[in-house]
Design a protein around this ligand. Structure first.
Ligand code: MV4
Length: 446
């Protein structure tokens, strides 16, 4: 096991990772920008290093500063958290070249899954169900038209280097396709430096279901069931839950087996999430995330497995402490992402938190980094806190979440707490199984 780990992140996830490290007896190094000198993750770490000015490309994305910080402090491994450098294969490779451990998968796997065309091809080979579409990259307009007519409009143009909803466009007919193709190619090139495009049948009003896996290098390939992340707005998840309501358990188990088989065939290591669209009783693979995810705590609450602890253990070469038979989901868990944002126009809001009081009690977890008197900087993402609740049933979890949202106090800045209350109290959400477009279509009438 490592003696010292550098946490290359900020906010609630840096706090979360710091906790797992200290519980493992690992001493921690926080890194921070100038604006983050007073941030919680700096205060609770054993040591800290200022890695640069406020813009992320000068600080949290600065690979050379991070490696220098490892050398100065003697950290042996880097935990990237989510976002920032967490899926940056060249950073993982750089650490390897400096004899430092990247707490994540092998860089070859990060690279492979970052290329969405390649990821889809590989998963197809391993027997994972995918959306009907082009066989890899679209190389001509003629090609695109033939495939679109074969699978039927509407189709979705996707950038191979995109992901998370960036670099996509729905087209409904031949004319739209001809117009959109060069535009989306140009956008892909300027956003991602790669103009490869592929085509898929557009799946209308699906749900977003993802499967959590963890693998070690002792032959253990385990799944930790699924999460339903369908409640989202503009590709930002708002509420996640586990397990996914109203999906046949047999169908889920079949999918888990396919996911695990795929991980075994590719000799994957570490935490991973396979994202699926779910529509008319079928699962379709979209992407694989090769990082710890924001919503990992709902899986932790449900299974009582500390995912970050296990992630660090498997990265250091240890075995996963448990086996598949002993991973048993219990009850139901929900996460509400509490953002600093205007309830009117949803724009991020920064400023001083005059007063903060957390909710507590049975079945409640609050992952956050805020405190009374903390000033939220405008440079970084606007996630303030994650309220995670577990209950015996889905209904119970919803009641607990509502109760907690009534207890929490965050004064001085705007938040989306009221939005969460409205969602949780709505009949559609309570009845379960809403689609990915539900929130956007209903947000004004909630
Ligand atoms: C799709 C789709 C419909 N049909 N692919 C969005 C993020 C990226 N992972 C892929 N995404 C989608 N791919 C086909 N063939 C709809 C989406 C999508 C979406 C998926 C999950 C959660 C939220 C979403 C919001 C908009 C679009």
């Amino acid at each position: 096991m490592f003696d010292k780990v550098l946490i290359a992140n900020r906010g609630e996830i840096a706090v979360r990772i710091n906790r797992a490290c200290q519980e493992l007896g690992i001493s921690t190094v926080a890194v921070h920008s100038e604006a983050d000198a007073d941030s919680m993750h700096v205060r609770i770490a054993d040591e800290s290093v200022c890695i640069g000015p406020n813009p992320v490309n000068k600080s949290y994305l600065n690979k050379h500063s991070l490696i220098a910080a490892c050398e100065i402090t003697g950290a042996q491994a880097v935990h990237p958290g989510y976002g920032f450098l967490s899926e940056n294969a060249s950073f993982a490779k750089m650490l390897d070249d400096h004899n430092l451990t990247f707490i994540g998968p092998k860089f070859g796997h990060i690279e492979m899954m970052g290329d969405k065309i390649q990821a889809k091809k590989i998963m197809e080979q391993y027997g994972v169900p995918t959306v009907p579409g082009s066989d890899g990259e679209i190389v001509s307009e003629r090609d695109a038209l033939i495939i679109s007519h074969k699978i039927g409009f509407p189709v979705l143009l996707k950038a191979s280097a995109g992901g998370g909803g960036r670099g996509m466009q729905v087209v409904h007919n031949e004319n739209e396709l001809k117009k959109a193709l060069p535009i989306i190619k140009q956008e892909a090139l300027s956003f991602f430096g790669n103009d490869a495009i592929y085509i898929e049948k557009f799946i209308d009003s699906p749900r977003h279901i993802e499967v959590q896996v963890i693998c070690d290098n002792h032959g253990n390939y385990l799944h930790l069931h699924e999460r339903d992340c369908s409640v989202q707005r503009r590709n930002q998840k708002v509420i996640e839950e586990a397990l996914a309501p109203q999906i046949d358990q047999e169908k889920k188990e079949k999918l888990f087996k396919i996911c695990i088989d795929a991980m075994q065939q590719m000799k994957y290591l570490g935490l991973g999430t396979l994202e699926f669209l779910y529509s008319n009783g079928e699962f379709y693979f979209m992407e694989m995330n090769t990082r710890l995810q924001v919503e990992h705590p709902i899986t932790e609450m449900l299974t009582r497995v500390d995912l970050v602890r296990e992630q660090i253990c498997v990265a250091s070469g240890d075995k996963i402490f448990t086996n598949q038979e002993n991973i048993k989901p219990l009850g139901h868990s929900l996460e509400c992402r509490i953002n600093a944002e205007s309830p009117i126009n949803f724009r991020p809001s920064a400023g001083k938190i005059e007063m903060y009081h957390p909710p507590a009690g049975n079945g409640i977890r609050l992952d956050t980094f805020i405190y009374s008197g903390y000033t939220v900087p405008h440079y970084y993402d606007n996630l303030l806190a994650k309220l995670i609740v577990t209950g015996r049933t889905r209904n119970h979890a919803i009641k607990r979440a509502l109760r907690s949202l009534n207890e929490i106090v965050i004064d001085g800045i705007e938040t989306n707490i009221q939005l969460h209350k409205k969602i949780l109290a709505s009949n559609e959400f309570k009845s379960g199984a809403v689609a990915i477009n539900w929130l956007e279509n209903n947000i004004d009438s909630l």
